[in-house]
Design a protein around this ligand. Structure first.
Ligand code: RIB
Ligand code: CA
Length: 309
């Protein structure tokens, strides 16, 4: 039985690849997409979610726009990394549909409460929508089966340092107050940070681009265009968000450390820093933080699914 999953995303080139991976994975059913300001402004990330789903033949997946700015921090974005349209400028036509009306926070609650304890939320952008949903619907953390997050840098490997600042990863740094709300909640959290997503064995290189270029499907074409864009600016194309989704596809790809998740929220040089504390917090379950990954096995799975019809 496929896992019913909602994605909260800020596409974003790697978010787009996570959507593609979700749609090509029998293990899960993608039943809702909510969008958040992050890699680009909300209207851009929402347009991109619609474009990607349309390109991949998934116009049946509801898309609801969420928060246009963080809870308190200023919105800064990451256009420099993701390109002028936050999708690498790749040639994806606009979707013929608009986003669904309604509130993303209510949609997330309705999604989760439709099957109490059976629904999973994967968040690959700033946690603003998730925090607002938890504040508006206090039962939501207990109704969700699991929250999988791409975010943080916990110092668990030599890659576990920041990418927005020396100590902070972008999703957490862009809205540290939202991360604090989410980390303090009762939801079971599995978090995949830069400790593993910046491991070079998980990233796409020129050989992988050549492999994708041999594909003829819409998914392979999109993945190749995104990879080519990334390789113009960086030695590899990092797969931060697909790695977070992969927790639901094959948990044995990862090793996990457990403890209490903490985040620095003060507006200083530590803002957005994440810590895995050994101290128990009785009010919430311990978080599981990805501490190792089988990069080659993950890439093999990712690439084979990008090439599927
Ligand atoms: O730090 C990497 C994360 O920030 C990824 O989710 C990327 O899409 C950006 O949102
Ligand atoms: Ca993202």
């Amino acid at each position: 039985m496929a896992l019913s999953v909602a994605l909260d995303i800020d596409p974003g080139i790697d978010d787009a690849l996570a959507v593609a991976l979700a749609l090509h994975s029998q293990e899960i059913s993608l039943d809702l997409v909510t969008t958040v300001a992050g890699n680009g402004p909300l209207e851009m990330t929402t347009r991109n979610a619609l474009r990607v789903l349309h390109h991949l033949g998934a116009d049946h997946v509801p898309v609801i726009a969420g928060a246009a700015k963080p809870l308190h921090a200023p919105f800064l974005g990451a256009i420099d990394y993701h390109g002028y349209d936050a999708l690498g400028g790749i040639p994806l036509e606009d979707s013929p549909r608009e986003a669904n009306q309604g509130s993303a926070t209510d949609a997330l609650y309705e999604f989760a409460s439709a099957k109490h304890g059976d629904r999973i939320l994967v968040a690959t952008g700033p946690l603003t929508n998730v925090a607002l949903a938890f504040q508006r619907h206090p039962q939501l953390p207990s109704v969700l089966r699991e929250l999988v997050i791409m975010g943080g840098a916990f110092g668990l490997t030599r890659y576990g340092t920041g990418n927005s600042t020396p100590v902070a990863e972008f999703n957490i740094w862009q809205d540290p107050d939202a991360a604090a709300v989410v980390f303090a909640s009762a939801v079971p959290i599995t978090i995949v940070g830069l400790d593993v997503t910046n491991d070079p064995t998980t990233a796409l290189d020129a050989d992988d681009l050549a492999h994708l270029r041999a594909g003829t499907t819409p998914t392979a074409r999109m993945a190749a265009d995104i990879t080519a864009f990334a390789l113009k600016k960086h030695p590899t194309c990092a797969l931060h968000d697909p790695l977070a989704l992969a927790v639901l596809l094959d948990r044995t790809l990862f090793g996990f450390a457990h403890g209490t998740l903490e985040v620095y929220t003060a507006a200083d040089s530590d803002m957005g820093r994440t810590i895995l504390s050994p101290d128990r917090a009785p009010s919430r379950p311990p978080g599981a933080v990805a501490a190792s990954v089988d990069g080659p096995r993950f890439k093999q799975m990712f690439l084979s699914r990008m090439m599927e019809n």
